[in-house]
Ligand binder design. Sequence first.
Ligand code: ADP
Length: 341
Amino acid sequence: MTVGTVERRMVTGQAIRQAHEGSNIMNGQTASIEARGLTKRFGSTLAVDELSFEVYPGQVTGFLGPNGAGKSTTLRMILGLDRPTAGEALVNGRPFVEHERPLFEVGALLDPKAFHPGRSARSHLRTLALSNGISGERVEEVLDTVGLAGVGDRRAGGFSLGMGQRLGIASALLGDPGILILDEPVNGLDPDGILWIRNLLRSLASEGRTVLVSSHLMSEMALTADQLIIVGQGALLADDSVENVVEASGHNSVRVRTPQADALVMVLAAEGLSSREDNASQLMVDTGSTDRIGELAAHHGITIHELTLVQASLEEAYMELTHDSLTYQAEAFTSLEESAA
Ligand code: ADP
């Protein structure tokens, strides 16, 4: 499916998902969004490369990748706004365009400036509500939810990016949909706004809704998402829980304090475990298992004062996974600059 390095590093689903291989069910839940071999080409650019994944209710699923990785294009294909070159995307088992009342099934935020600048937030939402048979009461409810009730009569054209994002989210929530798809909703937000979106997404998921949210910010997704779908150059790099993505990055290590560091280094090396000395009595060992080191030390009569698992951060796991895509982009950029010179 993808080039060798990407394939080797790919993190595949949990045992539970393998048990249902080929189906769209996980933990008894049916997938609300399914991508099957989704592919999109723009001329010579392969924007999305045979992407297959499922998104489930009751969770926040982070859709992650560097800029240009194909996230927006994938979301647009799910929403029927771009036609796939190959493959398909299903929402509640059917292509999005086949749904009779789409606003009630999926709420989407793709562009935070998708409103008439001369209209007020309230009038924008009322127009949208009217054309979809939604009550004026619901407009007031969503204005309140997104914290725009006090400025609902101001011209939306004068809104900051953050207020625009809030208005976009209000539009997405209008039909009280079971599925929310948000493209980079924290872009341009201040820390208060970021915290607000994080809490909102978590509470929407806890109500049993499906929340698919794209971002290029791993640190933010680490705090918001349960599940991650990571893409690079349009291809799937990982599809797993936040914990498993970190674990599979293979960057966990164990800190060992021992008065017999030299002896332990030799024992570890004989077992194929590499380590480095932080100082005379402290080693960092490249493994995720404290048990193994403890047992080896006991077997060789080596005194241990501390054994601590040091977990890789999600940021490190992400850098590791997307490294090839970023290198590729940097090289492409350099060669473009060179040919322009
Ligand atoms: P992301 O959302 O991850 O930043 P995009 O889906 O916007 O990535 O873009 C993926 C790739 O497809 C990029 O190389 C981008 O330049 C290209 N692309 C996106 N939309 C178009 C388009 N309408 N025409 C040509 N190329 C496009």
